[in-house]
Design a protein around this ligand. Structure first.
Ligand code: ADP
Ligand code: ZN
Ligand code: ZN
Length: 746
């Protein structure tokens, strides 16, 4: 008997199946998906591989499988890995790894960490860049490579664990730190905010009419054991979670299991407690703050059936639950469900696949559905379930728009309009809390010489530097580069250097000037550190009665602050003026979500949106909080410009440290694509290679080719043909990344 084996290797050319002979004594036992030890290449050490296929014979098989190891995949898992590798254009092994127990490409030892503080290790460079350096032989030491590869899947590992799993020493790790590949951070060891405590049990609420109808529809699909996709569309507070809870209860009654995906940022103790109160401890919460040991424990419990409900962010979709009865994706429009790292998978696609093979319903939920999802719902590819009212009958907040052009004409140059100022004052007087939202951090967004027009840019990236007042430094938000602030223009020597644009730091300063008595707390990437989690900041805001929370995107999601009655959006335009066809959709989503933070209980809420684009439809319909009107306007725009959902966008990014190579390879790919797609003539648009909007990041030149077409099996095959030829060419110093419907087009 002969088997085809996938070998653990990150080199793309090795995405190949190697044939091995199965010794007689293993023939009975061996199955597709099994993890095996094999001799490979010239290495004396045995390597790890996974059984891809079982064959009768092969002329290439000369070496034998040595042993079958524990913790492999099953046939289903291997099938999914194959499929993912093909449609996300990545290494099969990288897909397999998503499904393995955490921390196990080598053996895991379940030791408990006892001391209170410890050193944790993080990557300090993009993994793709590191992989390229490994492929190019820049990093040679096998030990260093082991460490980097381990970190790729296990960032934030405890330093002693890292040593143990990779069989290396502190010295190796320190060298990597010195060479800036990794970062060692001292952190509290007890980092898990979801310690399973005994939460008092609660009972299910009697559903209102709309909730009941939604529940019944999905329940039918559970009863009939048939795959069906649903969209539960309802404003924040309309009782979606209550419907999820009751559906999960049904599924458990049938002896089945459930997975619920939520954006990492909405994975709050409040949310988890609702599940604990309903179901007790048969829940696993998978989130980024778990240590490998904790993750491993959860994996084991899921696998042996102790856990019935898995709640987690994107990668929880790969949790090894058996017998799935329902899969729920809450806040389905959230961009975090699409991985921005290799494999660039979309958890929604994976969810659909899993539900189909389990004959179970897939339930998507949102107040502001993804445009594609809503389009499919309108076209009856997905069944639409609607909740129109807030379940606890609190009212939607009043949204008022302030035209910043008028404000400027009145001579108000402050970041806070007259109207917003009045409302904040009122709130301070009444001891109510306020959230001010601004999607830009730092103090000033750029520094410019008024004399010659020089702007301070990052030396590694083609991006303007942001002024940070507390450190008096200019900082690059892409690569972290920092430099001393300038007061004299380095080009013309003029002292007429000015700061333009404003970020959260400046806003905080203005707030203090305007309201000297108030106390504020700021939440952005600069204040949220590994030590000072966003959870802690929010708890502080809530419990210590801080008057004003100032923050970026992070303040927008999921949280419930009963005492917040006013939300101010300082510049609604900041997400509107980006070069992305989804700018309008993102703006609408953000504004609606921010508005949802105000007045969630009995207190009425107010929202003030400041903008220079009063008449833009995203802003106008966000004011009315009318998703349907927004959808109608947006879908017409998408149709006329042929954007998703009317086509898919496939982005080929080519990155290189050399500006010549990047162009050369981009041209090559472009020509190959043209050749390959020649047979489809219609309905396909291949754009010529151009520099990306941000054409240099961290000293990497960035070019890209966009292809607009339907992303179907035919297209996947054609692209894979191009890829095969590309890898054979073995271009040095360049990286190719293919991303389908990418989140980030910059
Ligand atoms: P969503 O998930 O849509 O934001 P939730 O399920 O969190 O909505 O419901 C919002 C609030 O309304 C919660 O406090 C919840 O307990 C309450 N609620 C939900 N459904 C009902 C119901 N049928 N009867 C009474 N209160 C409800
Ligand atoms: Zn100058
Ligand atoms: Zn930079």
């Amino acid at each position: 008997m002969v088997v085809g084996v996938i070998v653990n290797s990150t080199a793309k050319v090795l995405n190949r199946v190697f044939d091995y002979i199965v010794p007689k004594d293993l023939e009975e036992k061996i199955k597709i998906g099994d993890r095996v030890s094999i001799p490979f290449g010239n290495s004396k050490k045995l390597q790890e591989g996974f059984i891809y296929e079982i064959k009768q014979e092969s002329e290439f098989a000369v070496k034998e499988i040595v042993s079958i190891e524990k913790d492999g995949l099953n046939e289903e898992g291997m099938k999914l890995a194959k499929l993912m590798s093909r449609m996300y254009f990545c290494n099969i092994f990288d897909c397999i790894k998503l499904m393995l127990p955490p921390g196990t490409s080598t053996k895991i030892v379940e030791n408990r960490i006892k001391d209170k503080k410890g050193n944790f290790v993080y990557l300090n460079k993009d993994i793709e860049e590191i992989e390229q350096e490994i492929a190019d032989g820049v990093i040679k030491s096998p030990k260093q490579i082991r460490v980097l590869e381990f970190l790729k899947d296990n960032e934030g590992v405890y330093i002693s664990d890292l040593e143990m799993y990779t069989d290396t020493s502190k010295a190796i790790i320190k060298t990597l730190e010195k060479n800036e590949y990794i970062q060692i951070v001292e952190e509290n060891i007890d980092r898990n905010p979801f310690i399973l405590k005994d939460v008092p049990r609660d009972k299910k609420l009697p559903l209102n009419e709309e909730q009941f109808k939604a529940f019944e529809e999905v329940n039918k699909s559970i009863e009939d054991k048939e795959f069906k996709e649903f969209l539960l569309y309802g404003v924040t507070g309309s009782g979606k979670t209550e419907v999820y809870l009751q559906l999960i209860e049904k599924v458990l009654e049938k002896g089945k299991t459930a997975i619920m995906l939520v954006p990492e940022i909405s994975l709050t103790p409040q949310m988890v407690n609702r599940f604990l109160a309903r179901f007790g401890n048969c829940i696993a919460v998978l989130h980024s703050k778990l240590s490998i040991g904790e993750r491993y424990d959860a994996y084991k419990k899921i696998k042996n059936g102790e856990i019935k409900i898995v709640i987690g962010a994107r990668s929880a979709i790969f949790a090894p639950v058996k017998n799935i009865g329902i899969l729920i994706i809450d806040e389905e429009h959230d961009s975090s469900y699409k991985s921005e790292m290799n494999p660039r998978y979309n958890a929604k696609d994976i969810a659909r696949y899993i539900c189909k093979s389990n004959n179970a319903p897939l339930l998507l939920g949102s107040a502001t559905p993804d445009l594609n999802t809503f389009y499919n719902a309108k076209n009856e590819k997905i069944e639409l379930l609607t909740l129109t009212k807030r379940a606890n009958s609190s009212n939607l907040p009043d949204v008022e728009i302030v035209d910043l052009r008028e404000e400027l004409a009145k001579g108000n140059k402050s970041m806070i309009s007259e109207k917003l100022k009045t409302y904040v004052e009122e709130n301070l007087k009444n001891k109510k809390q306020t959230i001010l939202f601004l999607n830009r951090r730092g103090f000033s967004t750029f520094v410019m010489c008024r004399n010659c027009g020089f702007t301070a840019k990052c030396k590694n990236c083609n991006i303007t530097l942001t002024y940070h007042k507390n450190t008096n430094k200019l900082k690059c938000h892409y690569c972290g580069f920092e430099t001393k602030n300038i007061t004299v223009c380095p080009i013309c020597g003029s002292k007429n250097v000015r700061y333009f644009g404003a970020g959260t730091q400046k806003l905080e300063e203005e707030v203090h000037k305007m309201f000297p008595e108030c106390n504020t707390i700021r939440m952005d990437v600069d204040t949220v550190t590994k030590k000072n989690s966003h959870e802690e900041i929010l708890e502080k805001f809530k419990n210590e009665n801080i008057d004003i929370l100032i923050g970026t995107q992070m303040v927008v999601k999921g949280h419930h602050f009963p005492n917040v009655t006013l939300v101010g959006v300082i510049a609604a335009d900041s997400s509107l003026n980006i070069e992305d066809f989804r700018a309008g959709e993102r703006t609408f989503q953000i504004l609606t979500q921010v508005a949802g933070r105000a007045g969630r209980e009995q207190l009425p809420g107010k929202v003030v949106v400041q903008t220079y684009n009063k008449d833009n439809y995203s802003i106008e319909f966000a004011k009315e909080q009318n998703y349907d009107l927004f959808y109608n306007a947006e879908i017409m725009m998408r149709k006329s410009l042929n954007y998703p959902p009317f086509c898919d966008i496939i982005q080929f990014s080519i990155n290189s440290k050399s500006d010549l190579d990047v162009k050369k390879v981009a041209k090559y790919i472009y020509n190959e694509l043209k050749k390959e797609f020649n047979i489809i003539k219609n309905n396909i648009l291949i754009f010529e290679p151009v520099p990306a909007p941000i054409d240099k990041i961290k000293n990497n030149y960035r070019w890209r080719i966009l292809v607009k077409c339907r992303f179907n099996n035919r297209v996947i095959d054609l692209i894979n043909n191009v890829l095969e030829r590309y890898y054979k060419k073995n271009f040095k110093n360049t990286r190719l990344i293919i991303d389908v419907n990418p989140n980030n087009m910059m």
